[in-house]
Design a protein around this ligand. Structure first.
Ligand code: GDP
Ligand code: MG
Length: 175
């Protein structure tokens, strides 16, 4: 539902991060409210849209999901060109994916839009017993690089709406 005659912001949002960190699952949880234990690796670029109404604006998200290019560590800049927001995802149970997330952040900071709203997302927070990256480490990296940090679970739905809500709010301030 569109907001009450207020501003409409159309925003391209890209998901970045290692294979298996839960990018597709985050998008599907947000857009469809569902979760799949055996989420198929994305074949061909996937595209989702979702509308989020805030009191001050209506944000129409065009969500771009990778088509597995992240496996080759070379995302064509075309993928994030024109993006207003980016979610960089890692898996809290895998330190390797956190290291990779830092690389994606650096790439976006070098080649992305200067006004890009960026979130660092520690996904799979339901795997707390197998945690491999401390909350403080994620928070510190985010703070040092001007991103905001959030721990989510596409599985349990923890912080998914909060994540997109926060991005939407930052977009309304940026545009
Ligand atoms: P992508 O390659 O980054 O798009 O990752 P996928 O969304 O395909 O997810 C990879 C695997 O992790 C799938 O088996 C998902 O079911 C699982 N997964 C995704 N998010 C979560 C989560 O929050 N918690 C747990 N436990 N598993 C998740
Ligand atoms: Mg995927």
């Amino acid at each position: 539902r569109l907001g009450t005659g207020n501003r409409i912001i159309q925003a391209k949002l890209v998901l970045l991060g290692d294979v298996g960190t839960g990018k597709t699952s985050l998008a599907i949880r947000f857009v469809k409210g569902q979760f799949f234990h055996n989420q198929e690796p994305t074949i061909g670029a996937a595209f989702f849209t979702q509308i989020l109404s805030l009191p001050e604006a209506t944000v129409k998200f065009d969500i771009w999901d990778t088509a597995g290019q992240e496996r080759y560590h070379s995302l064509v800049p075309l993928y994030y060109r024109g993006a207003a927001a980016a979610i960089v995802v890692y898996d809290i149970s895998s330190y390797e994916t956190f290291v990779r997330a830092q690389k994606w952040v650096q790439e976006l900071q070098s080649y992305g839009s200067p006004k890009l709203v960026m979130a660092l997302v520690a996904n799979k927070s339901d795997l707390e017993p197998k945690r491999g990256v401390a909350t403080e480490e994620g928070e510190q990296f985010a703070q040092e690089n001007g991103l905001f940090y959030m721990e989510t679970s596409a599985k349990s739905a923890k912080n998914i709406n909060e994540l997109f809500h926060e991005i939407a709010q930052r977009l309304t301030r940026a545009f």
